[in-house]
Design a protein around this ligand. Sequence first.
Ligand SMILES: *Cc1c(COP(=O)(O)O)cnc(C)c1O
Length: 323
Amino acid sequence: MSLVLPTYEDVASAAKTLKGVAHRTPVLTSATADRLTGAKVFFKCENLQRMGAFKFRGGYNAIANLSPEQRRAGVLTYSSGNHAQAIALAGKLLGVATTIIMPHDAPAAKKAATQEYGATVVSYDRYKQDREVVAREIQEKTGMAIIPPYDHLHVIAGQGTAALELLEDVGELDYLLVCLGGGGLLAGSALAASVLSPKCKVFGVEPEAGNDGQQSLRKGEVIRIEPPRSIADGALTLYLGQLTFGVIKQRVKDILTVTDPQLIATMKFFAERMKIVVEPTGCLGAAALMHGALPVEKGARVGVILSGGNVDLAAYAGFLTQS
Ligand SMILES: *Cc1c(COP(=O)(O)O)cnc(C)c1O
């Protein structure tokens, strides 16, 4: 089977499609973060993206690339939250009907926001059912196009536009740290860096409890794991995609892991020092840098993608007050 992997050109083309539609999110710096890490750190704030996460980029780019006939049939997807909201909002902006298959235990805020954007939500049990199988059953009945959360050329290309903007704004970097679930953001970011900052070492960061990406990169094949438990609910994927792994194995230096307590400490840092709300999954890259999973040379230029800010407020209050 020959796979057509996305390229830098696909990311550049997605950037044109998203111009004036996605926010060009700010890049924040922090003297405290620089002092704590010894590096010069640039935080790309996708927690301030439309619907609260970078996933708007991939979702919009994928729907925008459908044929008129596919758009009429509607779009179907499965997601633990942010991809669902991304598809729901993009569908609303582009006039395409959307149906989302969500785990029964998805955060309440994410479920509600998805429905508010006008999508139809169908629940499944993530400990018992495979969401891809549930999606295919619905697809057979309805003919809707499935836009998966990461293993899709136009999704990967769209996600890569966050790193593209970061590199356009701050110039070349020594390191780029990217949160990793199924690998759409990491693969897209690595493609952007491959042309805009070819010497940059790109790292993925995932929860220690769900290190399928790390195992996969080290084994050279996609490894599947049992459903992990971590507060990083956007990175609980069980396996990388064929396309995302294809790009990651060519272009990503390594995959690092962090623990839930490190994510909580990082979330507190962003709230207290930088006055920004970053969801647990969005803290993965920053936690790796701030808690030593990636030692960097003094003065190194490090880009960190803060991937999202959608966290249930009650849960967030609990994290901030944990000692
Ligand atoms: C989906 C998601 C990720 C992981 O992205 P992948 O493309 O699946 O690797 C990271 N952070 C947030 C906030 C997300 O919603």
